[in-house]
Write a protein of this length. Structure first.
Length: 622
């Protein structure tokens, strides 16, 4: 940075010198005007400076004005005898005299030029440390040995992934053990999983366990507008890594730079593909003694170039999937270490009611619970806070200020009761956890369930899910004789599930075939989009309509058979606004609930009550 300070200092000095120089106004006189002034005796003084037969004249008039003029040295006008006769004070300037201001300006300007040349030359010799070369340097964040404090003990819900990475840690700790046997640790390991599942955390844990330098960079940091910059950054990254081997290089979101070549609109000559080519060359040029492990993360492995995934580059793919119920409980325990939980908080129940959530979701859930407890000035996080936080994460905050008339509330109540009662009566459906008509997010009400983790869904279970999704509007038609617009999301989920049953899982009369493969084509379209005939497309629509209409009629018949139970549930829901699982089962069995306490006595909204924690939102919210 010192050359820039020097440059600033020189500029300041030059400005100061220029501003402090004495400046006098002088007018340029013609020789005829000067001769007239001399004849009239108006000239007081005159300074003559002779240079190469040219005389530069400067002086002052008796009225105080300054003037300058130029003439030949042999001009009789400036002869000493004539000037003295006119009473003019004449002096001769010494030729070649330079002022100190001119000397200082010249020295400072020359010094500035020399300093800038030295800085530029030094930057070029050092491989791009200068301003021009810094543009091609890697943007990786470097953590020195022992600086990463994350360990495998802080990673839960990914036991298989941790097992695959343990040998990487052992290799980085004891590389000579593997070298003597001629073994080669995988150069690259690709971490594949949904967003928030802990891929970056696993990479940091490997560096923390092995206690080696850790380079972290995103795939988008390589790609720039100018062609060649990304390739230069790849070269610089691997040069730095080789100097600090053994080490770990982690490339997050590698699909930003590693997509299949030739799939874009710019052909194969754009910046991203040149960057990918350089990455392939660098990974292929590894030697075993470099001891550099490349970890990369992506949630789109299907778009990566095949050359990137071949053995010798990314030898191994480690799947970091959404955790199961045991993994979710362990993740919750890790994030709850520094949070004061009430002893009544059951993390196992919370884990069972949050299927599909990954580590980031669970961390956010407990953070929301802590915010709710702090908002109400409590010292501990209660089960009610966790329950409310889960609802906020899944659906959004409550909107109790929203004005809803009684007729709309009753339509919403029948809609949600229809979902809940159908789920209670169908053998393969998930059981109800909470039923509410309090607006939350974009929904006017919700029926929430306690789902179970199923690895396989049978044909009967899928039919029950579709039937539950359609039961909201079926209840409106059975009881009120009209249908409303509240079932839009229900139809979307039911139609999507039914279409997958027909086109992907072979659960229709079309036969055991998959009509749509995995997504991954350009612009997100199926890779075999439109590969079946129009006749097959028509049959798919017919099967879809037959399936959905059949389940809708099934739902109407089921609810009409238990109409009296539905009326009791709606009356209780309109009174209490929210029913827990226990309250729901009491009403279904014919029991009567105690009236809710007035809000001014309870001190909290009546729908919050002392509800236990609950499950995830299922298809069927209004």
């Amino acid at each position: 940075m010192w050359p820039w300070w020097l440059l600033g200092s020189v500029v300041v000095v030059l400005l100061a010198v220029g501003l402090t120089m004495p400046r006098e106004r002088s007018g340029e006189l013609d020789l005829s005007d000067l001769q007239t002034a001399l004849e009239r005796g108006q000239v007081r003084s005159l300074v003559i400076s002779n240079t190469d037969n040219v005389a530069a004249l400067s002086g002052s008039l008796k009225n105080g004005e300054l003037f300058t003029a130029r003439t030949l040295s042999s001009d009789p006008l400036i002869s000493l005898s004539a000037l003295e006769k006119d009473g003019v004070n004449v002096s001769l300037a010494q030729p070649g005299r330079t002022s100190w201001i001119t000397i200082l300006s010249t020295v400072l300007t020359g010094s500035l030029i020399v300093v800038l040349l030295v800085v530029l030359l030094r930057g070029n010799r050092s491989g791009g440390d200068g301003a021009a070369g810094a543009f091609g340097r890697s943007k990786a964040t470097v953590h020195s040995e022992g600086q990463v404090k994350v360990s495998f003990a802080e990673v839960a819900g990914a036991d298989e992934a941790k097992a695959d990475l343990v040998e990487v840690v052992d290799f980085l700790k004891h590389p000579e053990r593997y070298h003597t046997l001629g073994a080669r640790i995988p150069h690259g390991i690709l971490l594949v999983g949904p967003p928030g599942s802990g891929k970056t955390l696993l990479a940091r844990a490997v560096a923390g366990e092995a206690r080696v330098p850790y380079f972290s960079i995103s795939g988008s940091d390589f790609v720039e507008m100018f062609v060649g910059v990304g390739a230069a950054r790849v070269r610089d990254l691997f040069e730095q890594a080789k100097k600090q081997a053994p080490c770990i290089v982690f490339i997050d979101e590698i699909d930003a730079v590693g997509r299949k070549r030739g799939s874009g609109m710019n052909g194969g000559n754009d910046e991203r593909e040149q960057t990918l080519n350089q990455l392939l060359v660098e990974m292929d040029g590894f030697q075993s003694q470099h001891d550099i492990i490349i970890l990369a993360a992506t949630n789109r492995p299907d778009v990566l170039d095949a050359a990137l995934l071949r053995p010798g580059r990314f030898d191994r793919q480690v799947v970091v999937d959404a955790p199961d119920v045991r993994g979710r409980e362990m993740i919750l325990k890790i994030h709850a270490r520094k949070k004061p939980l009430d002893p009544a908080v059951d993390l196992n129940m919370v884990a069972r009611q949050t299927p599909g959530m990954v580590g980031a979701d669970l961390e956010n859930l407990l953070n929301e619970a802590a915010l709710l407890a702090a908002r109400e000035n409590r010292k501990r996080i209660t089960m009610r806070d966790v329950d409310e936080a889960r609802d906020r994460v899944l659906m959004g905050p409550e909107r109790r200020s929203m004005v809803i008339n009684e007729a709309d509330r009753r339509v919403t109540a029948y809609h949600e009761v229809g979902h809940a009662l159908a789920a209670q009566l169908l053998p393969h459906a998930d059981r109800i956890h909470k039923l509410t008509v309090v607006p939350r997010g974009r929904a006017l009400g919700a029926a929430m369930y306690t789902p179970s983790d199923h690895m396989h869904l049978t044909y009967e279970a899928l039919l029950d899910r579709i039937c539950v999704a359609l039961s909201g509007q079926a209840a409106e038609e059975v009881v009120l004789g009209v249908i409303s617009t509240g079932a839009q999301n229900d139809f979307q989920q039911a139609t999507g599930l039914a279409r997958r049953m027909i086109t992907e899982w072979g659960m229709s009369n079309l036969g055991n075939l998959a009509l749509i493969s995995e997504q991954g084509g350009y612009l997100g379209l199926p890779s075999d989009y439109g590969q079946y005939s129009e006749h097959t497309a028509q049959r798919i629509d017919e099967e879809l309509l037959l399936l959905l209409n059949g389940q809708y009629e099934r739902s109407k018949a089921l609810l009409a058979e238990h109409l009296h139970v539905m009326h009791r549930l709606v009356d209780a829901l309109m009174l209490h606004e929210t029913l827990s699982q226990e309250q729901f089962e009491v009403v279904v069995s014919g029991g009567v609930l105690a009236p809710p306490p007035p809000p001014e006595v309870a001190g909290v909204p009546s729908s919050s009550g002392d509800l236990p924690s609950g499950g995830a939102l299922k298809p069927g919210s209004a």
